[in-house]
Ligand binder design. Structure first.
Ligand SMILES: [Zn+2]
Ligand SMILES: [Zn+2]
Length: 285
């Protein structure tokens, strides 16, 4: 039995340790496969994304480690690519000109604020709340609807393989009284988006980053059965920023998915993604 993770960060973006540290931890935890997905460069400066000029070093360090640890772990080269409406997406030349094992498509920013910055849905709560007030008059349901609209645009646009933290708006959203991911208005928004994920033939990650601290995965656990019924391929990813979190909440999440009836997860091999059986003790490679 072993584990795999395709969503991870390192010091090339906002991860807190080197690529090699993550590889060492993954090997120690019994991983068979591990993919790097640093936050891809954006067309503007941020403190949390890779700088475009650092990409060649990211690539060369990745290949050095892939060779060094061959036979112990299969390493894969990816990026977590932001979709920002009318600004950036995975079909930019920067991505289409390069060779990746896979790309993850994610949303961290929604619309532009009056100060010219984009509203971050994944930063601190104060920043989230201020933006929500300015852009949506403090109406979390309007903000959520907008999040799903932009998510739909991202999936329609394509250019990536895995949908990253599909309903990330729940991270801060669930702190508001008018927000309940089990209510019909929310379920309908998410169901429509999942249907599109299915139609486009994309893979969906079950992102465990917030499970221990905030009690939720992305997608929310409430949607596992729906995802199973839609037969969307899912993989469990930790979205780790610290080496100690490479398999954060994996056993618990694998167990939940198995109990619902999921039996396989897509895994990357030399000739592409193939379903591999799993249970609560890991993947049956
Ligand atoms: Zn992300
Ligand atoms: Zn991430």
């Amino acid at each position: 039995m072993s584990w795999a993770n395709y969503h991870s960060h390192c010091t090339f973006c906002d991860g807190r340790s080197t690529m090699e540290d993550f590889v060492k931890f993954a090997i120690a935890k019994g991983f068979r496969k591990y993919g790097f997905s640093s936050h891809a460069p954006l067309p503007f400066y941020t403190r949390w994304t890779m700088n475009a000029e650092d990409y060649p070093d990211y690539e060369s360090e990745f290949y050095r480690l892939k060779r060094k640890y061959a036979g112990q772990i299969d390493l894969y080269l990816g990026l977590e690519v932001d979709y920002i409406l009318n600004c950036t997406d995975a079909k930019r030349d920067f991505f289409t000109d390069k060779k990746f094992d896979y790309l993850i498509g994610s949303i961290h920013y929604l619309d532009k604020l009056s100060n010219g910055d984009f509203w971050s849905i994944d930063g601190g709560f104060r920043e989230f709340d201020n933006g929500m007030t300015e852009l949506f008059g403090g109406d979390i349901r309007k903000a959520t609807k907008r999040f799903f609209e932009v998510s739909t645009a991202m999936i329609e646009k394509g250019g990536f393989d895995i949908v990253g933290h599909v309903d990330k708006i729940t991270y801060h959203g669930q702190k508001y009284r008018d927000f309940d991911p089990t209510e019909k208005w929310f379920v309908d928004l998410e169901a429509e988006l999942l249907q599109l994920v299915k139609e486009k033939g994309l893979m969906l990650e079950i992102n465990t980053k917030s499970l221990r601290e905030h009690g939720i995965t992305y997608p929310h656990q409430n949607f596992y059965r729906m995802i199973k019924d839609m037969q969307i391929p899912v993989m469990v990813n930790s979205d780790c920023h610290y080496p100690t979190n490479v398999m954060e909440s994996f056993e618990f999440t694998y167990k939940m998915l198995h109990a619902i009836g999921f039996r396989t997860m897509p895994q990357l091999f030399d000739d592409g993604w193939k379903p591999v059986e799993f249970d609560e003790y890991g993947l049956k490679f």
